[in-house]
Design a protein around this ligand. Sequence first.
Ligand SMILES: Nc1ncnc2c1ncn2[C@@H]1O[C@H](COP(=O)(O)OP(=O)(O)OP(=O)(O)O)[C@@H](O)[C@H]1O
Length: 230
Amino acid sequence: MIELNQVKFRWPGSSTSVIDIERFSIEKGDKVFLKGPSGTGKSTLLGLIAGVSLPDSGDVKVLGQNINHIKGRQRDHFRADHMGYIFQMFNLLPYLSVTENVCLPCHFSKRRKNKALTHSPSLNAEAHRLLSDLQLGNDLINRPVAELSIGQQQRVAAARALIGQPELVIADEPSSALDTDARESFINLLFQECNREKSTLLFVSHDDTLSPLFDQQIELSKINLSSKRL
Ligand SMILES: Nc1ncnc2c1ncn2[C@@H]1O[C@H](COP(=O)(O)OP(=O)(O)OP(=O)(O)O)[C@@H](O)[C@H]1O
């Protein structure tokens, strides 16, 4: 599902690479918990895997496709078709409603739209199914997303990543603003949706109590030569 070879990445203006990974791979269907101290490059690595950032050298392959060799717009399409991304800052569109935000990936990807429609009679119905499983009340679904609490926005971001069952779900600190009960239903839904289509889950968190739930736990410093130099 994911294969990195000799990948180096340096942020503009920085004198050293934040990512320096010789080899790293994740099998299809695996649920992987990625951890490491703050500022060591976890979000940067997720951005490279999603093709949001491009490495200075090396290969990043997702589903056998070398994504740093795909041109800009095609890369955006590839991401929309195959990946659901829960960003640390959510990246929701504040002027759209909750339902509109969740359905958004299906407007960029026919593949995701068709998959969503195999589960529910309409995109809105599928969005509402996911939101209801995430315990987000019906009264909120038509509200502008900016009016929601941070924990509620986090669940909208999760539903948006899961709609249309992408093969790869990338989650960057997705449960940090949730209380214990909401966190449990959040993780359950994430696993249930990923199991349904054998989606791969790459989950970054500082909450170590969640790590035993995953198939694999990876400490970034173990694979990243740059962390070892810090
Ligand atoms: N857009 C950017 N421009 C320049 N430097 C950046 C940018 N984003 C991150 N960095 C730098 O890259 C390093 C790694 O940051 P990153 O966000 O990947 O760490 P992280 O492990 O995800 O941290 P946290 O656990 O706090 O979210 C940091 O030194 C950070 O300052």
